[in-house]
Design a protein around this ligand. Structure first.
Ligand SMILES: [Fe+2]
Length: 323
């Protein structure tokens, strides 16, 4: 993909010379005579790298760097400087400058300098994304632990549902990006139960209507909690619909068949199976075969029939994924 470079310098000759060598090296180049104009361009166009003179009239190159780093942290800034003053360079690095082009400059060296900074910045960004993702996963796992802690009889329910859902995803050839969403959604599918009083969650007898109404709110509450985390907003929809039914009689929105997100339909089957095969406060668990039979009974009304068949096939071939 062609990279876009913005050159900011009030000396038209400097802009022209640098633009020529970069265009020759297959970059797409724009030029700007001032920081003010450059900021306008940045608000309407995207750039991969900025080269700016340090000594601009009006907003200085240093201040421009600082604003770009704050507002467009994904764009590296290289400063053109007449100074070889270490203190000024240190100050520019402190503002977030990526590199320098000292004057008088060696024009032939500029494409390599640009390439090196693009590469370095891209690696740093990938590293940051990985750190953010790890942090997000740790937060999600901590949330899942908090839900399970509220229901001692269903300890590790979230982890088991996640494991079952992921083996289902493998069998269904779900793409890896969707699998990440599935993993996160399965981990937190019941996070809305945080708002359900313990006496309802752990009631040994059947819930009355009033208690059921509180319980029925958990997918909506869960999706609201998850949706507040910007990086998890794509997971919120899957959480909201994990109790919908194929025939439209589920909750909270009464969605039917393929109106229900595929990942929610998958979690629904894994969730039901896990609940049936683990001990609950209100009933004993059933065997794997009995649970398969229940899933088949619900196929086409509660559950997606194809997902049920795939689930039974993969879990009949080997012990259930969490066993
Ligand atoms: Fe649930």
């Amino acid at each position: 993909m062609i990279k876009r470079v913005l050159i900011v310098d009030d000396d038209a000759w400097v802009c022209d010379v640098i633009a020529r060598i970069l265009v020759k090296n297959k970059y797409f180049v724009s030029t700007s005579p001032s920081a003010e104009h450059a900021l306008e361009l940045l608000s309407i166009s995207t750039y991969d790298l900025i080269i700016s003179d340090m000594m601009l009239t009006g907003i200085s190159g240093l201040e421009l760097t600082s604003r770009i780093v704050k507002e467009y942290p994904h764009i590296p800034v290289i400063l053109i400087t007449a100074h070889s003053d270490t203190e000024i360079m240190r100050c520019a690095l402190g503002e977030g400058a990526s590199d320098f082009i000292p004057k008088p400059f060696n024009i032939e060296a500029i494409p390599m300098l640009v390439e090196r900074n693009l590469e370095r910045h891209s690696l740093a960004q990938k590293k940051q994304i990985k750190i953010d993702e790890d942090l997000m996963f740790s937060t999600v796992y901590a949330l899942a632990g908090a839900i399970d802690a509220k229901e001692p009889f269903t300890a590790e329910h979230s982890r088991r549902v996640t494991s079952l859902s992921l083996s289902l995803a493998d069998a269904m050839d779900i793409p890896s990006t969707e699998k990440r969403c599935l993993e996160l959604a399965a981990q937190v599918h019941d996070v809305g139960k945080i708002g359900v009083p313990d006496f309802i969650l752990n009631k040994p007898s059947k819930l009355n209507d009033e208690e059921w109404n509180v319980m029925l709110l958990h997918p909506v509450r869960g999706s609201e909690i998850v949706g507040r985390v910007k990086q998890l907003s794509y997971v919120a929809d899957v959480v909201r619909h994990h109790h919908e039914r194929i025939d439209g009689s589920g909750y909270p929105d009464g969605l039917r068949a393929e109106e229900i997100p595929l990942l929610s339909r998958m979690i629904s089957v894994a969730d039901a199976f896990e609940v049936m095969t683990s001990n609950r406060v209100y009933r004993e668990n059933c065997t794997q075969d009995e649970a398969f039979q229940e899933l088949r009974l619900g196929a086409g009304s509660q559950f997606d029939s194809e997902i049920v068949e795939t689930f039974i096939r993969i879990n009949s071939e080997e012990p259930a994924a969490f066993a």
